[in-house]
Design a binder for this molecule. Structure first.
Ligand code: PHE
Ligand code: CO
Length: 295
């Protein structure tokens, strides 16, 4: 089998330019090297250790049910057997970032795209685009949870709709994804826990998001979240906290069309703002915050 391409961003004289791929490929499992399997094992063991008592139960249960720590890079086909029986989701291998509409179409059909390639040993702590470890370890365990699984599909459908409405609507919806699927926290009977994929796949942010006094931790509110900018280059200045996956699913049930129209009239909040109506779990002390503009 031919090994698929690895699509990465490019650094040009206009700065950082993301590059998109569109197709689904076959996971070239037989061509992973010993060192690539070792990168998975190292990252996996590090995160499993760190996430005990930090990630939510649904995530940790998913990791165990998939046997993600059995040694080496998992085979997508084996994960798909477990997924199909549990929630009907499938993982598909891709070469890199997908254009929005392609990504939404996958989610709307209960397919989660996972980059087939894994980061290099010298990129264990940070890389600027999603690789197999982020996509698989970060996102896939929660797809075994029926409510979260339904939320992700609904998001895909909502994405297609926002895409047709226009770029502002798409931006509002992207912020929702960012502050929930990627960087969400959940308030449980056992305490505050992580469920966001961007956090659970990052050693530094797994600790920072829960333990640091620096960021805000604010109660989830759909309109607030969709109107809040975010940072892609630093740890988050604000995390939004849900009470349950059901709360998230219910909040996103209504038609967003009037919400998009309303948000168009309002200025966006900065990533680090705390507002009067916010339910404040922690008011960040802002230590170490970047002061330039966020996106
Ligand atoms: N209810 C949203 C809409 O009408 C769709 C959606 C569902 C968006 C779930 C995000 C998450 O557009
Ligand atoms: Co992600």
């Amino acid at each position: 089998m031919n090994t698929p391409r690895k699509i990465e961003h490019q650094q040009t004289d206009r700065g950082y330019v993301p590059v998109y791929a569109t197709g689904v490929v076959e996971q070239p499992w037989a061509s992973y090297s010993h060192s690539e399997h070792a990168v998975w094992d190292t990252l996996f063991q590090r995160q499993r250790e760190l996430l005990r008592g930090r990630a939510c139960r649904e995530f940790l249960d998913g990791v165990e049910r998939f046997g993600l720590g059995d040694g080496g890079i998992p085979k997508f086909a084996e994960l798909n057997t477990v997924l199909a029986a549990a929630t009907g989701w499938q993982v598909v291998a891709v070469e890199g970032l997908l254009p929005d509409e392609v990504f939404f179409d996958h989610l709307a059909n209960r397919r989660f795209p996972v980059s087939w390639w894994i980061r290099k040993p010298e990129q264990l702590d940070y890389l600027s685009e999603p690789d197999l470890f982020h996509d698989l370890f970060g996102h896939v365990p929660l797809l075994l949870n029926p409510v979260f699984a339904d939320y992700m599909q609904a998001y895909g459908r909502g994405g297609m709709k926002a895409f047709k409405i226009g770029p502002e609507a798409l931006m509002n919806l992207t912020r929702l994804y960012w502050y929930t699927v990627e960087f969400g926290l959940i308030d449980t009977a056992e305490g505050m826990r992580i469920y966001g994929a961007g956090i659970v796949s990052s050693k530094g942010e797994s600790v920072y998001s829960l333990d640091s006094p620096s960021p805000n931790r604010l109660g989830f509110d759909i309109e607030r979240v969709m109107n809040t900018r975010y940072r892609i280059d630093t740890y988050q200045q604000t995390y939004f906290v849900i009470d349950s996956f059901q709360q998230l699913f219910d909040a996103t049930g209504p038609d967003f069309t009037p919400l998009y129209a309303r948000l168009r009239q309002l200025p966006a909040h900065a990533a680090g703002d705390v507002l009067d109506g916010d339910r404040v779990f922690n008011r960040g002390d802002r230590a170490g915050w970047a002061t330039d503009a966020d996106s």
